[in-house]
Every structure is written in C-alpha cells, then in structure tokens.
Design a binder for this molecule. Structure first.
Ligand SMILES: [Zn+2]
Length: 96
C-alpha cells in the first residue's frame, strides 16, 4: 500500500515536469493537459480514500468482505486490487 502512495506521488510529479519542459504549447493543449492532470489526480484521490477505508476495515477485522453483499472477496481479486471494497459481482453490477 505504501508502494501505491509512492507511485501516486511520482506520477503527479512527472505531469508537472512534463508541463514545465513543454514551454511553448498552444492554449488548447495546455488546457487539455491541465484537465487530464486533474482527472488523474482525482482518480488517485479516490484510490487513496479506498486504501484508507481498507486499512480501517483491517483494524475492525472486516477486511476482505464485500461491503455490498458481505460475502468474502476472492483472494485473486484482493491481490489485484487490495483496496477494493466490493466483490467482483457487486463491482460489475455498479459499473453496469
Ligand atoms: Zn458483493
């Protein structure tokens, strides 16, 4: 989970460096880049919130149970996305 935080930091640093290095970009490109950077940032924040919530569930010994149907989330899924609050079936339902 700390790796994830480090990754989030390094990737947002890289966006700023790229923008600084570009120097002369058209206004449209700059705006596009800015909105993409913002979108990336909010996804990162969402993920950080999920990580924090996962840590709380570990403290309460509830970690690994789906918040929606209360069944155990598969180990394979937890290995891929340790912060996930939902089992694969409920996630698929929400995403439609
Ligand atoms: Zn579920």
């Amino acid at each position: 989970m700390l790796d994830l935080l480090a990754l989030a930091h390094s990737s947002s640093d890289r966006v700023e460096l790229d923008q600084a290095r570009m120097g002369r970009v058209s206004r449209g490109d700059a705006l596009l880049q800015q909105s993409m950077a913002k979108a990336g940032h909010s996804r990162t924040e969402d993920r950080l919130i999920q990580v924090r919530q996962a840590l709380k569930r570990i403290e309460r010994d509830e970690y690994g149970d789906c918040l929606h149907c209360f069944k155990a989330i598969s180990v394979e899924r937890l290995q891929l996305a340790p912060e996930t609050p939902l089992c694969i079936e409920c996630q698929a339902q929400i995403e439609g």
